[in-house]
Design a protein. Structure first.
Length: 158
């Protein structure tokens, strides 16, 4: 126990270094397509939150900008869709249903959410290890698998 049980801990804030390239993310791959970047002059995205990320071409830069705009508009759509699915499954489970139409609808809805809103990443730093293009593809493949699975379950009447 601390000497002051009601006292809150003060959050430490560490200032960014005042260098001209402080907002440049390091990395040797394009955050959009994943290609290795040339060693010379690099192209960077506009500031995303507090950093700029390397891209291999102006086409990738434009694609990242488009992705970021769509991410800002539609990420909540994915999260709300998944929340609704979880609530539907929880309600069905609390009502004693082990399988049925509610589960199938929840799976179908989750699949549609991943296909329409492939924006699951909350930190843009992740794209340095798994590029935007790959994350979008993975989300859509998972979403289509959920949709196909849900339709098969509905056809079988499970």
């Amino acid at each position: 126990m601390s000497a002051h049980p009601g006292k809150k801990r003060v959050k430490k804030v560490y200032p960014k270094p005042a260098t001209p390239n402080a907002d440049l993310a390091t990395g040797d791959r394009c955050v959009y397509c994943g290609k290795h970047l040339p060693a010379g002059e690099r192209i960077y995205t506009p500031v995303i939150r507090t950093r700029r990320f390397p891209v291999c071409s102006e086409g990738c830069q434009t694609a990242v900008e488009k992705y970021v705009r769509a991410d800002k508009r539609h990420k909540i759509g994915l999260y709300l869709t998944l929340l609704v699915c979880a609530v539907v499954i929880l309600i069905a489970a609390l009502n004693g249903q082990q399988s049925g139409i509610f589960y199938n609808i929840a799976i179908l809805l989750a699949g549609i959410g991943f296909v329409l809103f492939p924006y699951p990443i909350t930190s843009f730093e992740t794209f340095q290890s798994c590029p935007v293009k790959k994350v979008t593809l993975i989300c859509r493949v998972i979403g289509m698998a959920f949709v196909v699975f849900a339709v098969l379950l509905m056809v079988r009447g499970v």
